[in-house]
Design a protein around this ligand. Structure first.
Ligand SMILES: N[C@@H](CCC(=O)N[C@@H](CS)C(=O)NCC(=O)O)C(=O)O
Length: 115
């Protein structure tokens, strides 16, 4: 697999769910922290290179940058038992994808419990 770098703010739930997904599928993530309160994702370099929307998380895959937390979770989960592409393996693909989507509210609920 290509090198994966999560550009993140560690306290962000959108970043946390990507770390959870990566842990679930056994993907090694490097982490690069930004202080969003100091505008570190609004620099000309970040906007030009990582995300023109000026927000984290951004999952870097090799030299490509993938913004949006749900897109990153789907990328990491694709072709894994968490979201198999093989219809025979998944048996009921729609149900399987629904289970994957259900991770998002589950993570949000666990964050709310922890707060
Ligand atoms: N829809 C985006 C939302 C990203 C987002 O709102 N990121 C916030 C932190 S959770 C951020 O970067 N805020 C800093 C800013 O807007 O400057 C996603 O799911 O990734």
């Amino acid at each position: 697999m290509e090198r994966l770098v999560l550009h993140e703010y560690a306290r962000s739930g959108n970043c946390y769910k990507i770390r959870l997904t990566a842990a679930h599928v056994g993907a090694a993530l490097e982490r690069r922290e930004y202080d969003i309160m100091q505008g570190e994702t609004r620099t000309p370099e970040f906007l030009a290179k990582a995300n023109a929307n000026g927000r984290i998380p951004v999952l870097q895959v090799g030299d490509r940058f993938l913004p949006e937390s749900n897109a990153a979770c789907w990328y990491l989960a694709s072709d894994t038992p968490l979201m198999p592409e093989d219809r025979e393996a998944s048996h009921r693909p729609v149900a399987c994808r629904a289970r994957t989507r259900s991770l998002v509210p589950a993570v949000a609920a666990s964050l709310a419990d922890a707060a």
